[in-house]
Design a protein. Structure first.
Lengths: 486, 194
């Protein structure tokens, strides 16, 4: 009996082991195949997608649909690594391809390893467009949700109730639900709602199952929502798209201080004249004098701030970062603000100018595709992007960028601050008249070798005689009222 | 002494806190502009360049020229953005500017603003956007054999209308400056390498 039992146990163990290893190898095999496809996809999107599509459509280079049937795979490997070497070696196919595509040389990709190429070619060969996610709810519905659905959507978004699949992540930990003073590069709840509610808006179901960018893939890792949950969240979107977000409440400290001090002073005055509870008059006097001085200081401070918008840094329709563009990417200010040298205005670049680079750069490191997609949408719809103006002089002052940038050679940063270090542009100078005048008093103009100033004969003589070392803007009428006010 | 401590407790501490608040805090958030005086003098009644405008159907103050008209000072560019257009522009367009130091300097300055990011300081296609990895595809070299043979008009044509992934820079750069950039590429960058 014991022997029999032992054999039985062995058999069971063996079957278990075999089936386990079979399952394991199955998982492993499918994983490696899938992994190769994903790796190939990444390589393709990084290196090839700018010029090639896997379809019959031609971008810069030819469409790559069924290219593995047309060309030998070994030849493809050589061509991808160094197309020009192949052309120069007199390879017939390579020369034909080169000529058929307008003699534009394809860049070399010598850094791709053999494995990379296998994955890449495998990806191109087996390419399947992402299948649309089958959804059990009505995804076209944009309006008329029930109150219950909206409430559930709000609770899911805010993380008040957990998702069915038990993920600890909730939407509101990354997507801002209020207009706040901090800058958050993730799209806010309102941004998401608007993008979804547009006629051809975001397909939330698709985007949540197949993230569109690296940033989103990382942020949404492990996030699985049921169709009903997404449906309810879109119900919440439909409300927010109309109402917008509430502003973060700020504590009105200065106003409160003003009122409290006013109240204290009134008390002190009343006590001084009528009640006479406090013996020492010094107390009353101290309160009243102290209170009045704080009130006056505040009045002066607030008065100075009137009409000046220093530190104004409003949210813009696109989270465009000057720190990334002008700072890290070293784009010259005038690349985008190109009319600053010959126009009154420095110029707001049109979306088509953005496309000079964003034809190639389709996702950002912090915002994924969301912000850059806004440019594409603006171009498609033909609607302009409603940028919020920050630096604005009153209408009774004349200011021309051309005079300052081209003639005066004033650096942009002197008035606008270190914009290349700002994620969100903030008004650095107060743009007051005193500020203008001080600069005009201080700044020397390029007076010699400059036809523009030839007519100032007396000043030229004085300068030659050594009567003065430099000619400031003030000396040539830079402080005359009518220079700026007329 | 007991009396003065009483005052300390009752008044001085709150007053000190409030004074610190008065000089440190601000009730305005970064999204608010604050108050202004005489707003009727500060805001233009007339529409300014970028203000929204209800008068026009597309809601903008800046409008395209009326169909069939040409704005003063603008010469329409006639060559199409095709390889044939490029060849034709190269054959027919002639730079009327004189090659002198002043024009070359200006060309270099404009090149530094508009071209250097992709094509690099030497024009070899190794601009900062490529070397920093933002562009995965190397921009074209302006100093290779093909570009050295190409007539100056082709460079002007490509700056104006763009080529492949390069966008049109005609709207950003005025025609004379485009010629100066082309002149700089032809007379300085290409000669430096050869």
């Amino acid at each position: 009996m014991p022997k029999h039992a032992a054999i039985k146990r062995k058999v069971v163990r063996l079957t278990l082991a075999v089936s386990f290893s079979l399952i394991l190898s199955g998982v492993f095999l499918s994983a490696t195949k899938d992994e190769g496809y994903q790796k190939g996809k990444q390589i393709f999107e990084k290196n090839c997608a700018v010029c090639h599509k896997i379809s019959t459509e031609k971008l810069v280079g030819p469409g790559l649909k069924d290219v593995t049937k047309r060309r030998d795979k070994a030849w493809m490997r050589k061509f991808i690594r160094g197309s020009q070497d192949l052309v120069k070696s007199g390879d017939k196919t390579a020369n034909e391809v080169f000529k058929a595509n307008g003699m534009i040389p394809m860049p070399d990709h010598k850094f791709l390893t053999d494995d990379d190429l296998t994955n890449l070619i495998g990806y191109i060969e087996n390419f399947k467009p992402e299948a649309a996610r089958a959804v059990t709810v009505d995804i076209t519905k944009k309006d008329g949700f029930t109150n219950e659905e909206i409430k559930r959507g709000e609770r899911l978004f805010m993380g008040v109730i957990p998702f069915e699949k038990g993920i600890t992540l909730n939407c509101s930990s990354c997507h801002a639900t209020q207009n706040t003073d901090t800058l958050n590069f993730n799209p806010s709840l309102y941004d998401l709602s608007v993008a979804w509610s547009e006629p051809n808006g975001t397909n939330v179901y698709q985007v949540l199952s197949v993230p569109t960018s690296q940033r989103m893939t990382d942020a949404h890792k492990g996030l699985q929502l049921s169709d009903k949950e997404i449906y309810d969240i879109t119900a919440y979107f439909s409300v927010i798209a109309k109402t917008g977000l509430t502003n973060e409440k700020t504590f009105p400290a200065r106003l409160l201080l003003f009122l409290v001090l006013g109240f204290l002073m009134a008390l002190a005055l009343a006590d001084l004249i009528y009640f006479k509870k406090v013996k020492y008059k010094l107390v009353h006097i101290l309160i009243i004098v102290g209170g009045l001085s704080v009130h006056t200081t505040m009045a002066i401070q607030e008065g100075i701030k009137l009409g000046r918008t220093k530190n104004y840094a409003p949210d813009q329709p696109i989270k465009f970062s000057h720190k990334v563009h002008a700072g890290q990417n070293k784009t010259d200010c005038q690349y985008c603000h190109s009319i600053a040298t010959y126009s009154k205005s420095a110029g707001i670049p049109s979306p088509s100018l953005c496309m000079n680079c964003h034809k190639v750069v389709t996702q950002g490191t912090r915002s994924g595709k969301f912000e850059i997609n806004k440019i594409y949408r603006a171009i498609q719809s033909g609607k302009s992007i409603p940028w919020v103006r920050i630096h604005k002089l009153p209408d009774h002052v004349f200011f021309s960028h051309a005079q300052h940038v081209e003639v005066g050679k004033v650096k942009c940063q002197e008035c606008h601050g270190r914009v290349e270090e700002m994620d969100l542009v903030k008004q650095a100078a107060d743009l007051s008249m005193g500020w203008c005048v001080n600069c005009h008093r201080r700044t020397a103009v390029q007076f010699t070798d400059n036809k523009y100033y030839d007519s100032y004969k007396k000043l030229h003589e004085k300068l030659k005689a050594g009567g003065m070392t430099k000619v400031t803007v003030e000396k040539i009428g830079g402080l005359d009222c009518s220079k700026c006010h007329y | 002494m007991g009396y003065s401590r009483d005052i300390m407790n009752r008044f001085l501490f709150p007053v000190a806190v409030l004074t610190v608040l008065a000089f440190s805090s601000c009730d305005r958030t970064r999204n608010q502009k604050g108050y202004e005086y005489f707003p009727d003098m500060a805001h233009s009644l007339a529409f300014e360049t970028y203000t929204p405008n209800k008068v026009f159907a597309n809601g903008m103050t800046e409008q395209m020229p009326v169909a069939g008209t040409i704005p003063r000072g603008i010469i329409p560019y006639q060559y199409p953005a095709t390889p044939e257009g490029r060849t034709l522009a190269g054959k027919e367009l002639v730079c009327t500017l004189e090659v002198n130091q002043q024009n070359l300097d200006r060309g270099k300055a404009e090149f530094t603003i508009f071209c250097i990011g992709c094509h690099g300081p030497a024009g070899d296609g190794k601009g900062h956007l490529f070397t920093s990895g933002k562009f995965t595809m190397q921009p074209a070299s302006l100093i290779n054999e093909r570009m050295t043979i190409a007539p100056i008009g082709e460079i002007f044509h490509v700056i104006t209308l763009g080529w492949n992934t390069m966008g049109a820079h005609g709207p950003q750069i005025r025609p004379d400056d485009r010629w100066r950039i082309a002149m700089y590429v032809k007379n300085e960058l290409q000669k430096k390498t050869n």
